[in-house]
Design a protein around this ligand. Structure first.
Ligand code: GCO
Ligand code: MG
Length: 414
C-alpha cells in the first residue's frame, strides 16, 4: 500500500479549525475528492493548540490521498507509526480523524452513524446533568431546575464551608446552568482544597438531598481525583446510605492498584477514566473489576474506534459505559458519543453539560433531549455541521484550568 490511487473517496484535504464560541474548540474537517465532509472533535481543554499543531503539522499531510473508507487502517497507522504512542495529545488527534472518517462513511451510506455501529440498542441515551451550589439552598434550586427540565440523573457538587472557590460549583445557578472551569482571563486562577473538611461535609449533603428529593432520582458526585486511597474508601462507605449512582474519580488515576483498597471497603459504585486515553490504560481497572463505569471520552480516547474497544473490553467484566461529556467535549464529540451510546449493549449513562447558545451558532447539531435521554438524531453521519462564517467571529482565546492548593500552599490534584 505505498502508491495511492486517487478515487472519489480519497481524502482531498484535512483542515484544523480552531474557534471559541463561548469556549475553545478544535475541530477537524476531512473532505473527500467528491466533496463529502466529515467532522471530528480534537478539543483538549487548556492545551488546545498542542493538538491543533499535532494535527496540522504532523497528521494532515499523512491523510491526503488516503481512502477515507479505511478507518481501522488509518487509526492503526496514526497510532503505530507515530512510535510515540498514547497520551492525551496523540489520542485526541487520532480521535478527531477517526470521528471524521466515521462521519464520512455514514454520510456516504446515507444513514445515521449508529446504524453502522450495529444499530440502536435503546430508544435514547440516559444522561446526567450537573447541579451545584454555594450552600444547600442554592444547590436545592439548582437540582429543582434540572428536574423541571426533565432530568432524572443529577451530579451534585457543593461548596465546602471555609474552603472558597472549588471545582464543580457554578458561580451563579439561576437560569441557564453555566459552569466553565477553564478561565479565559487571568491565567493563574487558584482554588483551595482541604480533604478533611470535604469528607466531613459531603455525606450530610447527600443525606439532605435524599430527604429532599426522594429515593428515585439518580445522584452522582465527582471527587475529581483528590483523595488518598484510604480517604476514598472512607468516603465511599460514608455515602453508602444515600445510594449514589456513582462516585467519580475518587483518587488520582495513575495508581490503579490503589482502587483495590477502595473496593475492599465500599459498595458505592465507582466511575473512573476521563483522563485515560486507551484500552491499555484501563487494563487493571477493568480486569480486576475495580470500577463499575468506564468514564472515558470519545475525544480523548482515540475516537469511536478507540472508545468502542474500551467499552467492549469492559463488557466482558460487566462494567458499563459512562461517557465523559462536559462542555469541553465539542458538539461534534457529543454527537459521536451519543451514536456509540445508542449502539453498544453495556451502556450506562452519558454526561451532558449543555453548551452555551453561542456554540450553537458554529455547530449545527441534530441531537435532541426528551424523557431524560438524548438521541443523536437521524441525519446521515454524525448529524453536525460547522459554520465557517460564524466561526470567524470567535477566534481562539487562551484559557487555562485552575490550580488547587492546600492551605499551606502545596499544589494539590485539581
Ligand atoms: C467531568 C469532568 C470535567 C473536567 C473537565 C476538564 O466530570 O465532567 O471532571 O468537569 O473537569 O473536563 O477539562
Ligand atoms: Mg469528572
Amino acid at each position: 500500500m505505498t502508491a495511492l490511487t486517487t478515487t472519489a473517496t480519497s481524502i482531498r484535504s484535512a483542515e484544523v479549525l480552531v474557534s471559541s464560541p463561548s469556549r475553545n474548540f478544535v475541530t477537524v474537517r476531512i473532505t473527500t475528492e467528491d466533496g463529502v465532509v466529515g467532522l471530528g472533535d480534537a478539543t483538549l481543554n487548556g492545551r488546545e493548540l498542542a493538538v491543533a499543531s499535532y494535527l496540522r503539522d504532523h497528521v494532515a499531510p499523512l491523510l491526503v490521498g488516503r481512502d477515507a473508507h479505511r478507518i481501522e487502517d488509518t487509526w492503526q497507522l496514526l497510532y503505530r507509526s507515530a512510535y510515540w504512542r498514547r497520551g492525551p495529545v496523540t489520542m485526541s488527534a487520532i480521535a478527531a480523524v477517526d470521528m471524521a472518517l466515521w462521519d464520512i462513511k455514514a454520510r456516504l451510506a446515507g444513514v445515521p452513524l449508529y446504524q453502522l455501529l450495529g444499530g440502536a440498542s435503546r430508544s435514547g441515551a440516559l444522561v446526567y446533568a450537573h447541579a451545584s451550589g454555594s450552600d444547600l439552598a442554592s444547590l436545592g434550586d439548582s437540582v429543582r431546575a434540572r428536574l423541571e427540565e426533565g432530568h432524572r440523573a443529577i451530579r451534585l457538587q457543593v461548596a465546602v464551608p471555609g474552603m472558597g472557590a472549588m471545582y464543580g460549583v457554578a458561580a451563579a445557578v439561576a437560569g441557564r446552568y453555566a459552569y466553565e472551569p477553564a478561565k479565559r482571563a487571568g491565567l493563574a486562577v487558584e482554588e483551595g482544597w482541604d480533604s478533611a473538611r470535604y469528607m466531613r461535609h459531603l455525606p450530610g449533603v447527600f443525606e439532605w438531598a435524599r430527604a429532599e428529593f426522594g429515593p428515585e432520582v439518580l445522584l452522582l458526585h465527582d471527587a475529581h481525583h483528590r483523595l488518598t486511597p484510604i480517604q476514598a474508601a472512607r468516603l465511599g462507605r460514608d455515602l453508602e446510605p444515600y445510594d449514589l449512582f456513582w462516585l467519580e474519580d475518587c483518587t488520582p488515576v495513575e495508581n490503579q492498584e490503589s482502587l483495590r483498597l477502595v473496593r475492599r471497603h465500599t459498595t458505592t459504585p465507582l466511575a473512573i477514566g476521563e483522563v485515560l486515553n486507551s484500552v491499555w490504560d484501563f487494563r487493571t481497572l477493568i480486569q480486576e473489576q475495580l470500577i463499575d463505569f468506564v468514564r472515558a471520552s470519545v475525544t480523548h480516547a482515540g475516537g469511536i474506534t478507540g472508545l468502542r474497544r474500551i467499552f467492549d473490553f469492559a463488557a466482558l467484566y460487566d462494567i458499563r459505559s459512562g461517557s465523559h461529556g462536559p462542555t469541553d467535549i465539542s458538539p461534534v464529540g457529543m454527537a459521536a458519543a451519543l451514536h456509540l451510546d445508542l449502539a453498544i449493549h453495556n451502556f450506562g449513562i452519558q454526561e451532558y453539560m449543555e453548551h452555551q447558545p453561542l456554540a450553537g451558532e458554529v455547530f449545527r447539531t441534530s441531537y435532541s433531549f426528551a424523557d431524560a435521554m438524548l438521541h443523536p438524531g437521524d441525519q446521515p453521519g454524525l448529524g453536525v455541521d460547522y459554520d465557517d462564517v460564524a466561526a470567524e467571529r470567535f477566534p481562539y482565546e487562551p484559557a487555562y484550568l485552575p490550580t488547587a492548593r492546600l492551605a499551606d500552599g502545596t499544589v494539590h490534584d485539581w
